[in-house]
Ligand binder design. Structure first.
Ligand code: SF4
Length: 478
């Protein structure tokens, strides 16, 4: 889709609205109107937006502005109204383009004074659908309750293990297939140990609220490697209030590894089937079966893992209501403490993006029905929504939601979304986020994404933290 902007420089914001109506398109800025484009113009205290098709303006919107107007917001809304009128559809999240609708709901509750007033703004200003307003406000309320357990002045820690048995079709994370990288795992862990020791030294005395070991699939490590990593973590940090280890790929879960986790007192893991249909699992390159998922879940339960989360994805290629119902029925029979329901996103760095034309993906209306099923099943299972986010290029522009039994909210997930807490990330692909509580200013420090770069440039990762966090260079080992 081509677009023209005049009198302002909010091109990225214009694109964010175009993405809602024309997902996965190419958006090109042009200087003068073409046969088919949108025009967004700011002139003489007015915003003019036009949709031009076959050389003719077929829809427009004119919005007057004053000195108090939030120009960026009104430019986006003007384009949203233009496209909504032409396409005669209203999108579930209306003109909201941000990834954190619950964060907006929380802030509107504060500025508007009540939940009802916040709901009115979401409905009348942003055109959000009633069921989504209810969801955002419910998540905001449950987040707030869970955050009452948060430790003031604490930080969260993330540790990345970037290895997986194979690469999933839709994956855009830092993940390297084990069969090619097995020889590098020990070397990677040695470098990670250095970064952990350095962070442990600098964080001495700072309360650690949560530790999250993600990736990749941390349980791709063998028992000895897992023990090595966790020994290093506990030698350098005090026991946190919450400790999660991703065991995303069921084929990596063994009795021995679960015993290692338990020996360190870890009892929150995530075992992710994504779907309970073998045909789809093969299609998305997971290399494990539904039976292996059930076995992994049973092993974790039998050894007393107290909190098992499962992740599933709606809108996987070839899946309709029948397949998704089968997945929910299977999950329901296991009664996990929490369930995260994603909607498929076509990410730039994924194999799915490269081979998109080979697959038939759920359309808007199917995805809407699948999310309806999700709301129905999770309610029947006694789960409450407690954290959510949206991503760009998600089928139907919907949302990812984590549900849990009351009292089982994952603080780390909430803190990441609410951006209230500093999260220190270690390992390849990690992104440290610092939050200044006085100003709410957020800064990020990135680690490199490639395993090879991480191994050869560990000192540089440490230097980036020294600069970004004003930390000392020494570790306890000198
Ligand atoms: S398990 Fe997760 S990190 Fe690993 S390849 Fe699949 S999506 Fe990527």
């Amino acid at each position: 889709m081509d677009y023209v902007i005049k009198g302002h420089d909010y091109g990225d914001d214009i694109i964010s609205i175009l993405q809602l109506f024309y997902p996965n398109s190419v958006y090109t800025r042009i200087e003068a109107p073409s046969e088919s484009c949108v025009v967004s113009r700011l002139e003489n205290d007015k915003i003019y937006t036009s949709l031009i098709l076959k050389g003719e303006e077929i829809q427009n919107n004119i919005t007057p502005i004053t000195a108090d107007t939030d120009v960026k917001r009104e430019l986006k809304l003007s384009l949203y109204k233009t496209l909504m009128a032409h396409h005669k559809i209203s999108l579930p999240w209306g003109a909201l383009t941000g990834v954190r609708p619950a964060k907006l709901a929380t802030s509107l509750k504060k500025t508007e004074g009540s939940e009802q007033a916040a709901a009115l703004v979401l409905k009348n200003t942003y055109f959000v659908r009633d069921d989504k307003i209810k969801l955002a406000l419910e998540v905001a309320k449950n987040e707030e309750k869970a955050l009452a357990k948060s430790i003031p002045g604490s930080v969260g820690l993330y540790i990345g293990i970037p290895f997986c048995p194979t690469r999933c079709l839709y994956c855009s994370f830092t993940s390297y297939p084990l069969d090619k990288y097995r020889e590098k795992v020990d070397e990677y862990l040695d470098c990670l140990k250095r970064e952990i020791e350095f962070c442990g030294y600098n964080l001495k005395g700072t309360p650690i609220e949560s530790i999250y070991i993600g990736g990749g699939t941390p349980t791709s490590l063998d028992e000895r490697q897992l023990d090595y990593l966790l020994t290093c973590v506990f030698n350098n940090f005090d026991k946190p209030q919450e400790f999660t280890v991703e065991a995303g790929r069921p084929d990596t879960v063994t009795e021995g590894k679960i015993k290692v986790l338990k020996s360190f007192g870890i009892d929150r893991i995530s075992v992710n089937p994504q779907t309970l249909n073998d045909k789809t699992l093969r299609l998305i390159g997971r290399q494990h079966t539904v039976a292996e998922f059930y076995k992994a879940f049973e092993t974790a339960s039998r050894f007393g893992i107290g909190h098992i989360n499962c992740d599933i994805i709606l809108g996987l290629p070839g899946e309709g209501e029948e397949e998704v119902r089968r997945t929910f029925e299977g999950i329901k029979s296991l009664a996990p403490e929490s369930l995260t329901v994603h909607t498929l996103a076509v990410k730039r760095a994924s194999r799915l993006k490269e081979t998109l034309e080979e697959y038939s993906l759920a359309d808007f209306s199917l995805m809407d029905r699948l999310l309806g099923l999700s709301a129905e099943y999770t309610q029947n299972m006694g789960l409450i929504p407690y954290y959510m986010y949206r991503q760009k290029n998600m089928v139907g522009n919907f949302e990812n939601v984590s549900y849990c039994l009351p009292g089982h909210e994952c603080l780390y997930n909430i803190q990441i979304m609410e951006e209230n807490q500093t999260i220190i990330a270690m390992g390849c692909g990690g992104s440290t986020k610092t939050v200044d509580p006085a100003t709410n200013r957020i800064e990020r420090i990135f680690n490199v994404k490639s395993v090879d770069d991480y191994i050869t440039r560990t000192d540089e990762m440490i230097d980036r933290k020294i600069k970004g966090l004003n930390w000392r260079k020494e570790t306890k080992n000198g």
